[in-house]
Ligand binder design. Sequence first.
Ligand code: SF4
Ligand code: SF4
Length: 539
Amino acid sequence: MAKVPKPNELVFDYNPPQKWWMDTKPEFRPGTWCYPGKAKNAEVLGLPNPREWSPLDEDWKLPSNWKEIIFEGMRDCLNKYRSLRVFMDICVRCGACSDKCHFYIGSGDPKNMPVLRGELLRSVYRKDFTLAGKIMGRIAGARELNEEVVKEWFYYFFQCTECRRCSVFCPYGIDTAEITIMGRELLNLLGVNIDWVLGPAANCYLNGNHLGIQPHAFKDMIEFFVEEIEAVNGIRIEPTFNRKGAEVLFITPSGDVFADPGTYTLMGYLMLFHEIGLDYTWSTYASEGGNFGLFTNHDTMKKLNAKMYAEAERLGVKYIIGGECGHMWRVIQQYMDTMNGPADFLEVPRSPITGTVFDNAKSTKMIHIVEFTADLIRNGKLKLDPSRNDHLRVTYHDSCNPARAMGFFDEPRYVIKNVCNNFWDMPPNCIREQTFCCGSGSGLNTDEFMEMRMRGGLPRANAVKHVHDKHGVNMLSCICAIDRAVLPPLMDYWVPDVDVTGVHELVGNAIVMEGETERTTDLRGNPLEGMEDMSDEDL
Ligand code: SF4
Ligand code: SF4
């Protein structure tokens, strides 16, 4: 792992380079690029041109007909995705998006301006797919495709977290994230991809989840958290696995099962479902809500998405509840219906506790745990004691995908405000649809990319620092497993006094369960407010 400069050592240079953008090349400096996809993972996924290669090598071992492959791929994408053709043609280069990308703010590199990121692909499109570009070349913003262009695509399409913040500010609604997705799709045709995406996707193919955990270990982990909950409040929960005929299949990202602080969020799910007596099951096979196929290519995304539905059909459940994940919901909300849907073999979700029918999920048959919980609270079905979170001063990070791909703004805040007494939002220009990315999404949450992650996460961290300084905020909540994994190092780097939590961890702290013993600690074992002086033994 490259050494990460300390915050005060980072240099921010917003001076534009002296040369025209087409004449500058990326510098593959440690900390700014991700390791390439390994041959063994590409083979598992059936991806083209598996080989060992390095971005630092002159020769990237591309297929001999690589140009033909790119042009054919581009033609195919332009025919299939009308949005791509529109995005290629309508940018007027107004620059409204330029300073909206966290990677531009954090690096000062003009090619991280969304407008220029789009030009990386657009320039090649112009040269070979438009008359003006064919005739006027560079004057019309067109350029020849060559190996240097492929290297530049790799560098900058893997310095975009596909967060869509720029699209909010574009007067034409151009979605640069979709351009990045297409750029990665084309690169993938040449076998140019990163291992932090390929490895987890391959693990999903082999074992059902990104982390490659086998079914028995998945079950063991959840049973471990059952014991942890019992130690906190004396309640013994008995989750079921792969149970045919359950009403609901629950799927969450594997990060919740295997990595702190997501594990505390998972304890919150277990407590909630037990308390309301939900007839649900876990699957040790569809043991991943995330879908790194979104960060690779459409075909892989489609297969990973299909697995969840195949398992729902096999188990004969009525519908699916999905856990706190970010990109899983983008896949469900934006792509599932046309990729694998509609899921007509399932029923439109209806809460067995409140009777609420979730019409918003009538095609996907999958609802978000936070909307499910918000509905329980609104109908008075949960006994909550928000004072159990009084030791926390909470703010909320709108994870990019649930926020911008789902419009999911109010439900998480509604739940948080019902389970916490101390909540402050960050300033309005960096929350809800304008939220800033964590800086590590879309498969870029890898250690060798740490410098860029800390740079890209700066705007988010800066807003957290604002509420930390003003209101003493010490807890950053979110509803995304990648966020729960990447925000802790970001906070350690920029705002060290702030910790990170999932929303259902806060629910788990506040929920008053039937027959529980007196609560003295939160789910992490920290003393509740007023119990700080109790001895470890008492706690
Ligand atoms: S805001 Fe839209 S139209 Fe303007 S430069 Fe950016 S992508 Fe192009
Ligand atoms: S999608 Fe996000 S990361 Fe990508 S260019 Fe736009 S703002 Fe930057």
